[in-house]
Design a protein around this ligand. Structure first.
Ligand code: NDP
Length: 310
């Protein structure tokens, strides 16, 4: 068993930014990386929209640099997965975290930055071409398809927003919706239908993503008629939702209907004193590296203020 002032769970931009601030505030943070050290950005190629990198940076490099910056101020970074937690509802009581290697951590404060995972269709051809033209983030990767023809799958607000974003960059966007209607809000649907270069197709699903190393096209089918056709595209964007990584907090922290942690007002406070949440695990709307980093900073400041009251 080890005692720490601040335990940070997760190693994306939120976790590392929380670590930088917590370490500089002398909270001597211990950070567990989770199963995917570096988080979602390690599956991205070029990151061009994080301020301070005028020439862009590739996702894995950026995460290594964030880790180094957190370690420079004394963060202890460990590879490991927190598999269970026991939170105390009493102010000042320790919270317990159990790591997969058997370590038990007793922390005065905990910052949760476990992120969210993009959902994919699960087709073998889609998985093979992830990073070769298949992406789950239009804002991250859309720019690489400037002037080209792309497709997007999904009918929710994210798909509608990303289709509109892509339509401003790409020559044509084929939007594939599996039902005969969209789930997106009416306002978002209007934005889609107002873009002349979005070809909105209902009742369409993907049979196969075509291409051996990079995306060259799609074979799609109409799930009402069974009719198949092939379309030529160079980029495929999957926008069918995200799943927040919150299973281990079930029954202990307040979550919304989709499993995202609920934070109070403008803070990162959860319903448990001394437990804070930052990054995509509590944000289904913005989901950007820079917004995650911002809330990581907030969580460290909230933790510091909390510890000062004990
Ligand atoms: P949603 O769960 O709302 O929508 C997912 C969409 O993907 C649905 O159209 C669904 O189809 C489709 N889908 C799911 N699985 C598959 C599959 N295997 N094959 C094909 N299509 C599939 O997720 P979003 O990410 O769009 O939104 C999440 C939340 O965030 C929502 O509450 C949304 O309102 C909110 N949001 C708000 C924004 C804003 O206000 N600006 C921007 C972005 C998100 P079906 O309908 O058939 O189930």
């Amino acid at each position: 068993m080890e005692k720490v002032k601040t335990l940070i769970i997760g190693s994306g931009p939120a976790g590392y930014t929380a670590a930088i601030y917590a370490a500089r505030a002398d909270l001597k943070p211990l950070l567990y990386t989770g199963m995917e050290p570096g988080g979602q950005l390690t599956t991205t190629t070029e990151v061009d929209n994080f301020p301070g990198y005028p020439d862009g940076v590739d996702g894995p490099t950026m995460m290594v640099e964030l880790q180094k910056q957190a370690e420079r101020f004394g963060t202890e970074v460990r590879i490991g997965h927190v598999k269970r937690v026991e939170f105390s509802e009493e102010v000042g009581e320790v919270h317990k975290a159990f790591v997969d290697d058997g370590t038990e951590i007793h922390a005065q404060s905990i910052i949760i930055s476990t992120g969210a995972t993009a959902k994919y269709l699960g087709l073998p051809s889609e998985q093979k071409l992830r990073g070769g033209g298949v992406s789950a983030c239009a804002v991250c990767d859309g720019f690489f398809y400037k002037g080209q023809e792309v497709a997007i799958v999904g009918g929710g607000d994210t798909a509608a927003e990303e289709a509109t974003y892509l339509a401003n960059i790409c020559s044509k966007v084929t939007m594939l919706v599996r039902k005969d209607k969209m789930r997106a809000s009416k306002a978002m649907q209007h934005r889609v239908t107002n873009m002349p270069n979005i070809d909105l197709r209902y009742n369409q699903e993907i049979d196969e993503v075509l291409g051996s190393h990079v995306v060259e096209g799609l074979r799609i089918f109409n799930n009402q008629t069974g009719d198949k056709e092939e379309i030529n595209i160079t980029g495929l964007f999957i926008a069918i939702g995200h799943k927040p990584n919150t299973e281990i907090f079930n029954d202990q922290l307040e979550m919304d209907d989709d499993g995202y942690l609920i934070t109070k007002g403008k803070s990162t406070k959860t319903n448990i004193p001394g437990v804070f949440a930052s990054g995509d695990v509590q944000d289904k709307e913005y989901r950007q590296a820079v917004t995650a980093a911002g809330t990581g900073c907030m969580a460290a400041l909230d933790a510091e203020r909390y510890l000062n009251t004990l």
